[in-house]
Design a protein around this ligand. Structure first.
Ligand code: HEM
Length: 396
């Protein structure tokens, strides 16, 4: 069986390919991409735990290529110790758990407003009405974007996000570049202003962040602000969308959650495991390395197939079964180790609140479309649209 993450069959449903790789070719050479793929949990986990053997590289190239609006600033995702250690310590200060917990009432409020407009008609698209705008609005407010500029900000950030699908059309590419330039100019002014006029936002926290007499430079803050948009939006959108799609496809699991609201956090973890929003991470090999499934030479590009590792039955019994009561704790959907997702607590908060509101504050719903096209990406997994029809009855 040939595995190529670019092929439409794999994008549509990668799981049969992953099963084949785990069993027959756990260290697999992807000829068209000139990269190796690791699919077993043990190997992916080993790579994540050993960044000195599997350093990071190439995320920017994989996602935006030459459409990156801040090409002069290395992304934290692409960095390695000691530079990564320094930056991550400072950036953590903008994402302290208490700052995220304090957001809960506001995330509820934004969700309530978005759901009201999703339900203003009996039919609506989950992605454009809720799972898309929720993370963008939350991160915009966290970054301290003024209410009056939210629409501009959303337009620019959507424009930059378009670049992650690596468009070839020159008009689209020009639009991505313009959006990036506008977003950049906006952030440059905001960062400058926060130095003299601090607020209660992440940019202010980053401007103030100090660690052993070290501080972030303006361009580092700019790069981080733009990365936060890209790393946190589509991923969280797909967490919510994948949860709803899988629940609709498996009504017994949906009924279990509807019968017990306390299962929502477990549902969130199970979706992250079962249908991971980030399917693969790129790494390099610093030296030749011998894994359970074979050898990889030094200097090679390696894709860690998170989506395959999370379905490995050696780690998760009956891994191909979607079980909302499973509450898996050691899936690798947020990575592991030094690059562990900075936004994981925020994504969990948004996912839980959006799903609770949909399942408990809305009438029952069905999907009006049989075949849901997947986003054409080798990195993220999620549907482009998810049209829902709400039943006419009041809330459940
Ligand atoms: C369900 C939603 C999300 C998923 C599945 C996800 C997944 C990931 C993964 C797999 C990594 C590790 C990358 C690597 O090891 O190379 C990562 C890193 C990162 N994520 Fe997330 N993410 C999500 C939401 C967010 C949110 C909401 C934010 C921020 C607002 C965010 C910001 C970041 C940042 C800044 C990093 C880089 C950390 C570093 O390199 O030290 N993510 N994410």
């Amino acid at each position: 069986m040939d595995y190529n993450p670019l092929s439409p069959e794999v994008i549509d449903n990668p799981y049969p390919y992953y099963a084949y790789l785990r069993e027959h070719a756990p260290v697999y050479w992807i000829e068209p991409l000139q990269a190796w793929a690791l699919s077993r949990y043990a190997d992916v986990d080993f790579a994540l735990r050993n960044p000195q053997i599997f350093p990071s590289s190439g995320f920017t190239n994989q996602t935006l290529g030459d459409l990156n609006p801040t090409p002069e600033v290395p992304w934290i995702l692409d960095m390695n110790p000691p530079d990564h250690t320094r930056l991550r310590k400072l950036v953590n200060k903008g994402f302290l758990p208490r700052l995220i917990r304090a957001l809960e009432p506001r995330v509820h409020e934004i969700t309530r407003q978005l759901i009201a407009s999703l339900r203003s008609q009996t039919e609506g698209d989950l992605v454009s009405a809720l799972s898309g705008p929720l993370p963008t609005t939350v991160i915009a407010e966290m970054l301290g974007v003024e209410a009056g500029r939210l629409d501009d900000f959303k337009r620019w950030s959507d424009g930059v996000v378009l670049g992650t699908s690596r468009p070839t059309d020159e008009a689209v590419r020009a639009y991505v570049r313009q959006s990036g330039a506008a977003l950049r100019a906006y952030f440059e002014k905001l960062i400058e202003r926060r130095r003299t006029d601090p607020g209660e936002d992440v940019i202010t926290a980053l401007v103030r962040a100090e660690e052993e007499h070290d501080m972030l430079s303006a361009s580092e803050i700019l790069g981080l602000a733009i990365l936060l948009l890209l790393a946190g939006n589509e991923t969280t959108t797909n967490l919510i969308g994948n949860a709803v799609r899988n629940l609709l496809e498996q009504p017994t699991e949906l009924a279990k959650v509807r019968a017990d609201r306390t299962l929502v956090p477990s549902l969130v973890e199970e979706v992250l495991r079962y249908d991971s929003p980030v399917q693969l991470l790129p790494r390099q090999t610093a030296r030749e390395v011998e894994l359970e499934g074979g050898k990889i030479p030094a200097g090679a590009t390696v894709f860690l197939l998170l989506g395959a590792a999370n379905r490995d039955a050696r780690k998760f019994p009956e891994a191909d079964r979607f079980d909302v009561t499973r509450n898996p704790q050691d899936h690798v959907a947020f990575g592991y180790g030094i690059h562990y997702c900075l936004g994981a607590p925020l994504a969990r908060l948004e996912g839980r609140i959006a799903l609770e509101s949909l399942l408990f504050d809305c009438p029952p719903f069905t999907c009006t479309q049989e075949c849901l096209p997947q986003i054409a990406s080798i990195v993220v997994r999620g549907v482009q649209t998810l049209p829902l029809r709400f039943s006419a009855s009041g809330s459940m």
